[in-house]
Write a protein that binds this ligand. Structure first.
Ligand code: AGP
Length: 612
């Protein structure tokens, strides 16, 4: 995934572009660049972060009121100066920035080479720039917009692009198919960006582009057409983002800020939906389809990465309380299988960004098979939230750290409410237990704050394990997915190889890994699996494994058995994941910091994988 920004108006465009790119850098950060219109097109781009680009430009005379910018997560072509965006066409008639993937770029490139075009980079984006120029040069009647439309009609794949034209320097042309683009509407000025981050400080009125939309944007007007050149109605929406969400505040990293935001996040997620003392859980986005959900023969939850881990917790909750069979599928697998689906099935796509390519593709496949499609997303107006029949927003606020933390907690909170809601409607849960679980869920923000107060201790534990080469995470029941999530956090920000495993599975292989060099993190609160997991801990101890245990506050027995403990308040097992995950997030964060890793922008990763 990459970050795109564009501006047209009366301001000096450079600060708008460079500051906009800084707000989008979490989407991709291996190279960056800008292009401006000012008696021609001027391009400045290079490998490295946005701050490196800023330093590169510092001594240059930069003027203009129209421009585009890009921060990259490489798909085609390694990160270097040449492959950085913006890309210009061979005769510099066009310059563009692109988020997505042109799957048929090789055929298009060969065809253009035969037509005499030359290329400087290895990217699919440069092919698109030359294709636009090719159509533009066919006839002097062809406008820049028409050339863009003709070129895009040849593209197979996903794109979110903003184009500037040498011959029509008074406009931006923006188009999307599969990669998000949002237009900010100012007074005599317009902003374009991959998400609302760069826009929110200037305007709260936005238009989200849909697939095949093409926007022609001038200083005092913009028109929306589709790829067949038919007018598209403009739907202006109000942003619900606060500018303060876009900075780190007193925290050193976005990831740490977002870990500490979790008490508030969980409270925001259930605010207005869960009312202690009242039985009704209100999930407004599902009201129209609740009967279909309650009577579903099966629920299939599709997602990737952390969202898939949240889905697994959802499976355990819905099956235990609502008694509906649930299957959890990796979207990247589900999309290519030929699964047996029917209109009696409910398919839930769970995604923080709402833009993950695999999840969108799996959803589209399910749509063809007639299933009811629901979305659990964090980003309002995201593709998945708009492609599904109904859904629930997680209200976690913008999550900038690439490693998902508060969004995971918000997803689990929604899934917990959903399981209880369905169980209540199906009468598969007693009133006592229902009330207990609502009370337990309502107490999570306070209990989470208690854990966060233990932050200095977790930092000390991290010091002991910062040089680990491998790590094994174990959990049972609801805490097995938490073990998976803890392992993912460690590996994606500290680059230590970490595996999450069902603790009961350890004797079927992973126990061979145990020795005095292997930290074993066991999620072991006092729940119905406690005695079993204590046995697992004894098996690890017998082989000299170093054990870090997430334990219930006051558990003296485990405290004496293991090397290090991370305590969480006692809670009902069904809501324990929301507590147990927090010390694992902090452990991964501190180990990564001690290893000098960039926790907000880990190598090779992007916040949302909008390409395959
Ligand atoms: C989680 O920390 C990772 N950033 C990654 O696994 C992420 O959860 C996955 O790419 C899914 O993203 P989504 O929730 O936006 O669909």
């Amino acid at each position: 995934m990459c970050g795109i920004v564009g501006y047209i108006g009366n301001k000096n465009v450079y600060p708008v572009l460079i500051n906009g790119l800084k707000k989008l850098e979490y989407r991709g950060y291996d190279s960056a660049g800008i292009a401006l219109c000012n008696n021609g097109i001027h391009v400045y781009k290079q490998k490295g972060k946005v701050s490196d680009l800023e330093a590169f430009i510092a001594d240059k005379e930069i003027n203009g009121n129209i421009g585009i910018g890009h921060t990259r997560w490489a798909t085609h072509g390694e990160p270097n100066d040449i492959n950085a965006h913006p890309h210009s066409s061979m005769n510099n008639k066009f310059s563009l920035v692109h988020n997505g993937i042109v799957e048929n770029y090789a055929d298009l490139k060969n065809d253009l080479i035969k037509k005499g075009f030359t290329f400087l980079s290895d990217t699919d984006t440069e092919v698109l720039a030359n294709l636009i120029e090719y159509f533009y040069e066919q006839d002097e009647e062809v406008t820049a917009e028409y050339a863009v439309r003709l070129a895009l009609s040849r593209v197979v794949g996903a794109y979110g692009i903003v184009v500037i034209s040498h011959d029509e320097q008074n406009k931006l042309i923006a188009a999307r198919k599969g990669s998000p683009l949002v237009i900010g509407i100012g007074k005599g000025e317009y902003y374009v960006a991959s998400d609302a981050g760069p826009i929110v400080e200037f305007t709260e009125h936005v238009v989200y582009l849909n697939d095949y939309d093409i926007a022609i944007i001038e200083k005092d007007s913009f028109t929306l057409r589709n790829i067949e050149n038919n007018p598209v109605s403009v739907k202006i929406q109000q942003l619900n983002l606060e500018i303060g969400e876009l900075d780190k505040g007193e925290f050193e990293h976005f990831m740490l800020k977002e870990i500490f935001e979790q008490p508030k996040t969980i409270a925001d997620t259930f605010r207005g939906r869960l009312r202690p003392g009242q039985h009704d859980i209100v999930l407004g986005g599902l009201i129209d389809v609740l009967p279909q959900i309650v009577n579903a023969e099966r629920i299939i939850i599709i997602g990737c990465g952390t969202s898939w881990h949240a889905a697994l917790i959802g499976e355990y909750l819905i099956e235990e309380y609502a008694r509906i069979p649930v299957e959890v599928e990796y979207a990247s697998e589900f999309r290519y299988r030929n699964p047996i689906l029917s209109e009696k099935d409910v398919v839930i796509a769970i995604s923080q960004s709402g833009e993950t390519a695999d999840t969108i593709a799996a959803l589209n496949m399910a749509k063809e098979k007639g299933a009811l499609l629901l979305g659990i997303c964090n980003v309002v107006g995201s593709t998945i939230s708009r492609e599904t029949r109904a859904g629930v927003y997680t209200h976690a606020g913008i999550e900038i750290g690439v490693a998902s933390t508060k969004a995971f907690s918000a997803q689990v909170t929604v899934l917990t409410m959903l399981a209880l809601k369905i169980a209540w409607e199906k009468n598969t849960i007693s009133e006592d237990l229902y009330s207990t679980l609502i009370k337990e869920l309502s107490a999570i923000p306070e209990n989470a704050r208690t854990i966060l107060m233990n932050h200095p201790h977790i930092k000390e534990v991290a010091e002991k394990y910062k040089n680990a080469v491998n790590a094994l995470y174990l959990g049972r029941g609801y805490l097995f997915p938490v073990a998976l999530e803890g392992a993912l956090k460690l590996k994606e920000i500290s680059y230590i190889h970490a595996e999450g495993y069902a603790a009961g599975e350890m004797k079927h292989g992973p126990i061979a890994l145990i020795d005095d060099n292997l930290p074993v993190i066991v999620v072991a609160p006092q729940d119905n699996y406690y005695e079993k997991i204590v046995s697992n801990i004894q098996e690890v101890k017998a082989r000299k494994g170093n054990i870090i245990a997430v334990i219930t506050e006051g558990d003296k027995r485990l405290r004496e058995m293991v090397e290090d403990v991370l305590e969480i308040p006692k809670s009902h097992p069904a809501v324990a994941p929301l507590l147990a995950v927090i010390p694992l997030q902090l452990l991964a964060y501190h180990i990564a910091i001690l290893r000098g890793c960039n926790v907000d922008q880990p190598r090779n990763l992007a916040k949302s994988v909008t390409v395959e």
